[in-house]
Design a binder for this molecule. Structure first.
Ligand code: SF4
Length: 295
């Protein structure tokens, strides 16, 4: 089941919310917020035909800063409810949005199973390499040795190699974007939303309040568009190397995509050949006979 297209197509105004953004000046959330709306508009998906699920974090405050069906859940738990919603209603694109703090700590188990199950969900990782909402504690992705608010002597632990970890799970779609390159991020998100299975999109974002090691200027200098350099996203080994090796430059774009692997729903034998989706079937059930027992 593909993405439902509305021929008239929405505009950016259709996604506009009257609520004021409260992110800090220069926060990368603004770029991601803009790219997401632009991607949905260009795919002609109106706000009433998409579900946007948010984890807890600075990014989660986006949940009432745009129109559309939105769900704001518990810390680290965005993926299970996004997957459940998608399986129930395959007609709607479902996007899950989370931060690096939640996704690579208490939510990491959900990430593992989302990738290995190949849920037909797009996951946007707001990667600012710290817990910004709670004022700058170290996450698993904070650079080792960095002095953060609750570790004034520097982080003793090694930084988790998040991309190597994701590639170890045999993903079907991995991309990396940068909040300062809105045009490219929009194109990445369009590719992820139209991907058949789980689309993992790591977005490196500036957090000028608490991340003083991977700043906007640092990312601007190091990130480059691997699409423009002819990267072949079907080559798993090369994609993994490109994703992991960020010592000199940071590759952005769709790093890896395998379009041939069926998604979780397509693998469910009881769903094969069904023209309806689960929410339709629930709506069509006549429970009047059952209800007589409670009369
Ligand atoms: Fe953005 Fe960081 Fe401020 Fe959060 S703390 S709103 S991530 S700049």
């Amino acid at each position: 089941m593909g993405i439902p297209l509305d021929n008239s197509g929405p505009t950016m105004k259709d996604y506009a919310s009257p609520n004021q953004c409260t992110w800090c000046d220069g926060c990368g959330d603004y770029g991601i917020w803009t790219a997401l709306k632009e991607a949905l508009v260009e795919l002609k998906i109106p706000p009433t035909r998409v579900l946007l699920c948010y984890d807890v974090g600075c990014h989660g405050n986006m949940s009432d800063k745009l129109k559309g069906y939105r769900f704001h859940g518990l810390h680290g738990r965005v993926l299970p409810f996004a997957a459940g919603a998608k399986i129930a209603n395959m007609a709607l694109p479902v996007m899950a949005v989370g931060g690096d703090g939640a996704s690579f700590s208490e939510g990491v188990g959900h990430l593992v199973h989302a990738v290995r199950s190949n849920y037909p969900v797009t996951f946007i990782l707001h990667n600012n390499a710290n817990y910004g909402l709670t004022t700058g504690q170290a996450s698993s992705l904070t650079k080792r040795g960095e002095k953060m608010n609750t570790s004034p002597n520097g982080i003793p632990e090694r930084t988790l190699s998040s991309m190597d970890f994701v590639f170890s799970l045999e993903p079907t779609f991995v991309a990396r974007g940068f909040s300062g390159n809105i045009w490219q991020l929009k194109e990445i998100l369009k590719a992820a939303i139209t991907h058949r299975g789980f689309g993992f999109v790591d977005v490196l974002q500036a957090c000028p309040s608490y991340n003083h090691f991977a700043t906007h200027d640092y990312l601007l200098e190091k990130c480059y568009d691997c699409w423009k350099e002819g990267h072949d996203p079907s080559d798993f080994k090369k994609a993994r190397k490109l994703a992991v090796d960020t010592s000199r430059r940071i590759a952005t774009g769709v790093l890896y995509q395998n379009k041939d692997v069926p998604n979780f729903y397509e693998e469910l034998l009881p769903r094969q050949g069904k023209a309806t989706t689960l929410v339709n079937e629930v709506a069509l059930q006549d429970v009047s006979e059952l209800m007589k027992d409670f009369a």
